[in-house]
Design a protein around this ligand. Sequence first.
Ligand code: FNR
Length: 344
Amino acid sequence: MEKKNNRKNEHVSLAEHFYQDTHQTDFDHLRFVHHSLPETGTQKIDISTSFAGLSMNQPIYINAITGGSTWTKKVNEKLATVARETGMLMASGSLSAGLKDPSVADSFTIIRETNPTGLVLANLGGGQTLENAKKAIDLIQADGLQIHLNTPQEIVMPEGDRDFSTWMSELERIVNGVDVPVIVKEVGFGMSHETIQQLTSIGVKTIDVSGMGGTNFAQIENYRRKENKLDFLEGWGQSTAISLLEAQSFIHSSEILASGGIRTSMDIVKSLSLGARAVGVSGHFLHSVLKNGVEETIVEIEQLKEHIVAIMTLLGAETIAELQYADVIISGAVKDWCEARGID
Ligand code: FNR
């Protein structure tokens, strides 16, 4: 009998509990300039992209979510079905539970079983060893490895890590020691220019800034705490829009990915126009499969792709790379941040 208070189940149910149908994000402070003669047509738009040496025919992926229990196995099966039917890359949730307890390994291997030929990423936390990284990759025959950095979540989590002093050195060993591409990601707290600089200095080439605006792990972990809540951390971090602006000087030398609060085709195209190679979605796709089911989620994703083509047509951008030339006006708090940080 599965433990009622299983952490992985709680993360999924709390992410869904806090999901709001309408929400505002810093993407609202970004507006495209409309030009009346784009000189292209929808038939010319190519939305294919690549990162970490992996080619995909559209720029959306299912970012890390879950695994580690009977219920989350079912969730992973649904997500992997969506990934298979839409041709999307999918990342597993953190595999550390599967490495510690072989009885729940099937909640992760279901991803590969459901989607034998699709692109799948294994996921582990910062501070994990090279040995575990290799085991995680093997377990689901992953095409790449995501390592997540989640220090605010660890601090709020009663059972979380408190010492992050070896994270950089362990990460460097993993980057140099595994034979698949490594992607380093946040979990919804965003990244700074300085963080990206640190990551590139140890050889990380692909970085998912995963910013604030969607799933909020400070809020989720505070809810799980019985006492002494650290609610002052629930607004900690940088939004996805700000994180992408922080990443501006790296978009040509590194591969920058966007995630965190992404729901609409407009959020996706705005992220791509700020230099993201692709855009990851967790909370919203989780909500979709839980509330609407697999079939409706597939329909929604096919519509998202069509809508991306529509926006790119209006912007006169025939490829994802050309979106970087789109005219974007930045206002409000995002503009203030850029001024304070000297971002042009
Ligand atoms: C996550 N996320 C996550 N990330 C990670 O690297 N390893 C993990 O195990 C998990 N677990 C997890 C569980 C649940 C239920 C959710 C919703 C999310 C974080 C996720 O990949 C992403 O970085 C953030 O959720 C921000 O994106 P969204 O949710 O706002 O689209």
